[in-house]
Design a protein around this ligand. Structure first.
Ligand SMILES: [Zn+2]
Ligand SMILES: [Zn+2]
Length: 249
């Protein structure tokens, strides 16, 4: 039996992940020139069997179609999604450290893992998006946090895959209400549609792009991506895809 992993995340204090000479997940000496050791990287909850359209983790044995029942019933506006991980320990804790504690090492590791996962995908190499658009945060959240996590991820993915990032082409008008999840689906959809708007620059530029990727940290139901896809397609983009660090079950 292998020794327990992710001890650094388990003991996560604000600065626990700030020792880049060692593996940032188990704090053992990391002889490889990467942020996490080989054993930890292997043990992470990679999302390898998923709905092709919304990246929902699926059971390999029960899997008769590569599209989940929700997407079969009501097809999202984006054509496919890829996420690196299941949103569970220790990814949940790493994303928390990145989003709530300004832990940039955690953000870098997670983004590197997503780049790694995307590079394994043949369809990406054949038909890459021409531009990356991060899910915008409301300006009060950006002010409070100092940055928009999705934008940081988009910059790192863009650098890793040599794809430009468009910031502020889509703006978030309204803060998401705290009780959003408890609202009936049609109301939630309407709130989301009203939450986003195109900036003047977005309106001017977007029709020049055929394929655009929305970038997010955590993909939950896909309804945020769907609301953004609706705006992008309306602006003249021909195909929208979604890339995120993690997907909730
Ligand atoms: Zn390790
Ligand atoms: Zn699906």
């Amino acid at each position: 039996m292998r020794e327990p992993r992710f001890t650094t995340v388990l003991n996560s204090s604000k600065n626990a992940l700030l020792t880049p000479a060692n593996c940032i997940l188990c704090d053992t000496n990391n002889s490889y020139n990467s942020m996490a050791c080989v054993d930890c990287t292997k043990d992470l909850p990679w999302n390898t069997v998923y709905c092709n359209q919304c990246a929902l983790p699926m059971d390999l044995l029960e899997n008769t179609s590569d599209i989940c029942s929700d997407c079969l019933q009501s097809s999202p506006l984006f054509s496919y999604s890829r996420t690196a991980f299941h949103y569970q320990f220790p990814i949940k804790q790493l994303i928390g450290a990145f989003k709530e504690q300004q832990n940039t090492l955690a953000g870098t590791l997670l983004s590197q893992c997503l780049v790694h996962q995307l590079l394994l995908d043949d369809s990406l190499l054949e038909l890459p998006p021409e531009i990356l658009i991060p899910v915008p945060s409301h300006k009060s959240s950006v002010h409070k946090r100092g940055y928009n996590p999705a934008e940081v991820v988009a910059q790192k993915i863009g650098k890793g895959l040599s794809i430009p990032v468009a910031e502020h082409w889509i703006l978030k008008q309204k803060k998401s209400p705290k009780n959003q999840k408890s609202l009936p689906a049609p109301q939630r959809k309407l709130n989301l549609q009203q939450a986003f708007t195109l900036s003047a620059q977005g309106l001017e530029q977007l029709h020049k792009f055929y394929r655009v990727a929305i970038i997010d940290d955590v993909m939950t139901t896909g309804s945020t991506a769907n609301a953004m896809a609706s705006l992008l397609l309306g602006a003249g983009v021909r195909e929208v895809i979604v890339w995120a660090i993690a997907r909730t079950p």
